[in-house]
Design a protein around this ligand. Structure first.
Ligand code: AMP
Ligand code: ZN
Length: 122
């Protein structure tokens, strides 16, 4: 399968892996948008959040728990952090293997939607 993140899982493409277990792996984003910007991905290929099935609930829960554990290990759990799943073009998804972004180490703005981006996504 021609999937970038499956290739990272299979170690065909290198990544800066910070955590891995039987179900998920986490690695640093190649284009970090915060002092820490990691991606937590399931070993199972699921293309988008729309493809998550009821039986994947424990797996997605484990991804979320892994993000929280990494935040604690890196010491920004109390200050806080951002977790994001982007879905499809309007969500800004560019890699079609679900991944949970973990961003931490600085305060982040909210909301993410800006008028200047409006035409870019429509
Ligand atoms: P998204 O836009 O939500 O699909 O996020 C995909 C993310 O993957 C982006 O933040 C990219 O910077 C990141 N990315 C793309 N290629 C790689 C790579 N080879 N290693 C690590 N992160 C990557
Ligand atoms: Zn994949």
């Amino acid at each position: 399968m021609d999937c970038l993140f499956c290739k990272i899982i299979n170690k065909e493409i290198p990544a800066d892996i910070i955590y891995e277990d039987e179900h998920v792996i986490a690695f640093n984003d190649i284009s970090p948008q915060a002092p820490t910007h990691a991606l937590i991905i399931p070993r199972k290929h699921i293309a988008t959040l729309n493809d998550v099935q009821a039986e994947d609930g424990a797996l997605v829960g484990h991804m979320v728990k892994t993000a929280a554990t990494i935040a604690k290990q890196l010491g920004f759990d109390e200050n806080g952090y951002r977790t994001v799943f982007n879905c499809n073009p309007h969500g800004g998804q560019t890699v079609y293997h679900i991944h949970l972004h973990l961003l931490g180490g600085k305060p982040m703005g909210w909301p993410p939607y800006q008028e200047t981006l409006k035409t870019a996504v429509e």
